[in-house]
Design a protein around this ligand. Structure first.
Ligand SMILES: [Cu+2]
Length: 244
């Protein structure tokens, strides 16, 4: 039994080290992680109360030597008890519902095309099996996204073929990317760093290769990056002209 517990907990702990969604690097992700921790805490409280009462009554009313024939007193309902175990769960559900509804409504991707929203706007086009990111200066880069820190990241998500799912586990939850619809999704206060992104909806034979990198950089570095991709594009055009 001890061995089982030891290996069981070891197994659980090794799993936890890689759950990046529980240690997010953006305000949006932190709100989502808060909901996960908050509901786990409430559920743990309920489980503890149930198990303590269960253990207590199992011991209290167990069969004792000498009174194995005794029958319990027959009672017909108990209004106080029934009200207690009806009202407490209702209160718990309300406590859980308030932050859940608030955060979900605030963060839900919207179908309104919010081009005048404050922040850094990125057009995201998903297709089998590649992500294309269009920066505010019009330049397009595949599978790598560089964004500045300090302003909301406003993603305009759309798909060219099938349903994909846009997911940067360390920054925020998944969002479906749907052909024919443009969804606006905002990630607030992303910290400087490099994060992995992926498609989280099975979209075809090479689905697992549909990954991308997100680099959140300081403002100066971001401006340099924009200039660089613009120059690269001009160089490419010049080369093509020379080749013609
Ligand atoms: Cu995909």
């Amino acid at each position: 039994m001890k061995k089982l517990l030891f290996f069981g907990s070891l197994f659980l702990m090794t799993g936890c080290s890689s759950i990046t969604v529980l240690d997010p690097k953006s305000a949006t992700g932190k709100d989502q992680a808060f909901l996960i921790w908050f509901s786990i805490a409430l559920m743990t409280l309920v489980i503890l109360v149930v198990f303590v009462l269960f253990t207590y009554y199992v011991i209290k009313y167990r069969e004792k030597p000498g009174n194995s024939d005794a029958l319990p007193v027959d009672v017909k309902g108990n209004v106080k008890l029934e009200l207690t175990y009806t009202i407490i769960p209702i209160i718990l559900l309300i406590i859980l519902a308030v932050p859940t509804i608030k955060i979900t409504l605030e963060q839900s991707p919207s179908e309104t095309v919010a081009k005048n929203q404050d922040g850094n706007h990125i057009e995201v086009l998903a297709k089998q099996f590649e992500w294309s990111f269009q920066h505010p200066n019009g330049e397009q880069v595949a599978d790598e996204l560089v964004v500045p820190e300090g302003e909301p990241l406003v993603f305009h998500l759309t798909s060219e073929d099938v349903i994909h799912s846009f997911w940067i586990p360390e920054l925020a939850g998944k969002v479906d990317v749907i052909p024919g619809t443009e969804l606006t999704y905002i990630i607030d206060d992303a910290e400087v760093g490099t994060y992995q992104g992926k498609c989280a909806e099975y979209c075809g034979i090479q689905h697992k290769n549909m990954t991308f990198t997100v680099k959140v950089v300081e403002k100066d570095e971001y401006i340099q990056y924009l200039n660089k991709i613009e120059e690269d594009e001009e160089d490419k055009e010049d080369e093509e002209e020379e080749n013609e």
